[in-house]
Design a protein around this ligand. Sequence first.
Ligand SMILES: Cc1cc2nc3c(=O)[nH]c(=O)nc-3n(C[C@H](O)[C@H](O)[C@H](O)COP(=O)(O)O)c2cc1C
Ligand code: SF4
Length: 490
Amino acid sequence: MTSPGSERGPRHDLPAARWPDREEATRSLLFSPAPLGRKLVAATRSWVPAMVPWRATEDGLVTDRNVDWYGRFADGRPGVLVVEATGIRDVPSGPLLRIGHDRFIPGLRRLVTEVRRRSAGETRILIQLIDFLGIRRRPRPETFFDRYLVVDQALRQRAAERLGDPDFLRLDEATLRARLAALDEDRLASVLGAREFESLRMGHRERVTDLHLDHVRALPRTLPGLFAAAAARAREAGFDGVELHYAHAYTMASFLSRLNDRSDGYGGSPEGRLRLPLEVFAAVRERVGDDFPVGCRYLGDEVIAGGSRIEDALHYGEAFAAAGMDFLSISKGGKFEDARQPAIGEAAYPYTGPSGQECMPTVRIDERGPFGRNVALAAAIRAALRAAGHATPVVTAGGIATFDLAERILREGSADFVGAARQSLADPDWWRLMAEGRGAEIRRCEFTNYCEGLDQKHKEVTCRLWDRLDLEAAGQLSADGRRRLLPPRR
Ligand SMILES: Cc1cc2nc3c(=O)[nH]c(=O)nc-3n(C[C@H](O)[C@H](O)[C@H](O)COP(=O)(O)O)c2cc1C
Ligand code: SF4
């Protein structure tokens, strides 16, 4: 299963991998310690970035499957393991983890305990805190024209003018809706407002710029408290720190986006766009104290028309570092703005367009290939931070799956931590195997995004390299009974 949009170029072979022996690994930068915040030290510079596995209950509670999933990553003893994007509000959001109420703490504590046990206390465990706005599934056209479309005088006038038919000014509403429903896409595009047309094609999606919506206008008042309370719960559950999710398609990234032209002081200029992210951080810091690591994940490049680019990211990075963030994890793309049209009844998925392919690049992305593709963004941000006198650690990710590449990134000073999401999913033991000089045993990620296809369908995430192996002995299986949920133990 690959996302069709990612089949753009020739298929790249995996790079030849030379694995270190135990002695070389011991001497390497990758397996050397690095500070993370004022007091905490990570035992190595290896990092497993957040990955949603779709294993929580419908109420957002931690399940045994979540505990086993993170325990399995901890077997590989990465320096840092980031728990998936976890919702800060106390509202239903399907089988995604939540941290918007104290009742979520015991389950999260169980997860932390398991990671500590299985990594023998070696892995530092962070949790990614997320807020997202409302998005609806793509409607059936009948439903859209019958129920969602707002018929007002402006619409009547546009229809009359653009279709050259003054009847639209007078038609009764039911007939007008029926006439519009019969139009082809081009005509609809000219008659409906841009947002209405988008709601028909993609499903309605709220934006941070929807100041006519009370709850969106109020975000600068509500979000600092919600993030701060969530971070306090994370601390109580025993996490080593939190990662504020300021990346991809979600609320905080949308505040940072150049597309944010809010007119209330929280958009429209670099300072305006930074204001809420900094206020959220300040509220979190005040609540959890100076000794609890708080960083963020944000975009080095949004990769969408009119969006933020590396110049913006350099400015944001310096502001985050100056405010006292303990690490910056750099990602790329993953936006709704260029997502593919979903099927009727499905919601848009922000990893299907060109920006999404930059976020989780495959072996078919283009002639440059996926390997270490996003390192330059992290390197530029790190260089700007160092030039401004900030020692803030920088994390990079994107197609990193060999020792030599990881080590080169660190030696060249492009980043302080090396993230590997899909390679760690393909083989969570890979860090430990490398450290032990057993690299030849590593199951290597093929970067074809079967896992991402499952995420897109909100199915339990697994890897095609191991999810059909030895099903009888597998223990946990997926809902359809056809896939194992955890890679075999060695
Ligand atoms: C199944 C899946 C789920 C993901 N979920 C998240 C998430 O919750 N938060 C996030 O910041 N990134 C998420 N990502 C992106 C990864 O953290 C990572 O940035 C991306 O896969 C590129 O790194 P890689 O090439 O090492 O996989 C997810 C990726 C995958 C494959
Ligand atoms: S983790 Fe597995 S399923 Fe995902 S891209 Fe790698 S090989 Fe494919």
